[in-house]
Design a protein around this ligand. Structure first.
Ligand SMILES: [Zn+2]
Length: 340
């Protein structure tokens, strides 16, 4: 099969998936169970979404049907949905992703930095676009700026602003021994923090992410606890920087996109962990695994197994903690995943 034919095949699968999920949102009452294997579990969610969002469901159905009518392999390259399927949902908020156009893509790719860290830049149609991870600690009251350096060395600043986002707070009172680490544990944690910090700052400039959309790394109910501010015994802890997906121990954990395994290890808080580098600072992290089925340096395809769900590290039960990083900032994984 030629490269182009492969791309078209892949594009078609992405589109069919997208249309299926759009149609699922728009189905009349009682028909959801017939859509496919995933629909059974989704019936209550479908119903509740329809209850609050009927107008949008209608819009979805119309655009999906109009879209199906235009499907044809010859026109695939030009379809806007293919392009949309490659990009995260933009959300210029703490913990979100800002997409900034940097000018015509006809000239060589510019490089960009935000907060001193290199930022992912890729072409969208006719323009270069910076894909900026906004840290959970970012202050929306402050003006933001991206430093853009053209291939010829000229530098400019592109200003942008953030919207505020209030994440929920969880206050817990627990026995002090559960929040205060022993001297040995603290030393171990500090060592691991330095190591993981260096790993998560990885920026592989030459590696081009195949896509900025991710596949679900495991099947199971997902929490919407990204950004949750946790306060233990009146002491603020770092906010929750990922998505928790509940699944029994042993459930396969799949790589969310094509990439290279950057790090594996058994860490105090994260337990058995795999970190995958998708290129240009776009990383995914899989924690609390009961088994690691990938090796450092290994190339992995989207959907390839990298481990199994477990309860290693500091957890209360088996689940997958899944994080996404851009320019060394953890951002909301839901912006990259298919709708729940
Ligand atoms: Zn978690």
């Amino acid at each position: 099969m030629s490269e182009d034919a492969k791309k078209i095949g892949l594009g078609l699968r992405v589109i069919v998936k997208e249309v299926k999920s759009e149609l699922r949102l728009a189905l009349p009452e009682g028909t959801a169970a017939r859509v496919g294997p995933a629909a059974g579990a989704g019936v209550s969610r479908v119903a509740s979404r329809r209850a609050t969002c009927r107008y949008h469901a209608q819009m979805h159905r119309r655009s999906a049907l109009a879209f199906l009518a235009t499907l044809g392999p010859a026109s695939l390259g030009a379809l806007p949905s293919v392009a949309r399927a490659q990009w995260p949902e933009a959300a210029a908020v703490p913990g979100g992703v800002a997409l900034l156009e940097l000018g015509a893509a006809g000239r060589p790719r510019p490089s960009a930095t935000y907060g001193g860290r290199p930022v992912l830049v890729r072409a969208r149609g006719e323009a270069w676009v910076a894909v900026i991870g906004i840290g959970l600690a970012a202050d929306p009251a402050q003006a933001q700026s991206l430093v853009v350096r053209e291939a010829d060395g000229r530098e400019r600043r592109v200003a942008f602003s953030l919207q505020g986002k209030q994440y929920a707070e969880q206050r817990l009172s627990v026995a002090p021994r559960h929040v205060e680490l022993s001297k040995e544990d603290l030393e171990r944690y500090e060592r691991e923090r330095a190591h993981l910090g260096a790993v998560l700052r990885q920026f592989s400039a030459a590696r081009e992410p195949a896509t900025l959309r991710l596949v679900m790394p495991t099947s199971g109910p997902r929490s919407s606890s990204f950004g949750l501010r946790r306060v233990f015994n009146n002491q603020p802890r770092s906010p929750h920087n990922g998505m928790d997906i509940a699944a029994p121990t042993g459930t396969p954990v799949l790589c969310a996109a094509e990439g290279e395994v950057l790090d594996t290890g058994d860490y105090f808080f994260n337990g058995q962990t795999v970190i995958v580098d998708h290129g240009q600072g776009f990383l995914t992290l899989y924690c609390h695994l009961s088994a690691i089925d990938a090796e450092r340096g290994q190339r992995v395809a989207a959907g390839a197994p990298v481990g199994k769900v477990g309860a290693t590290g500091r957890v209360t039960g088996p689940h997958l903690h899944f994080s996404v990083y851009l320019n060394a900032q953890s951002v909301d994984p839901a912006l990259f995943l298919p709708p729940a």
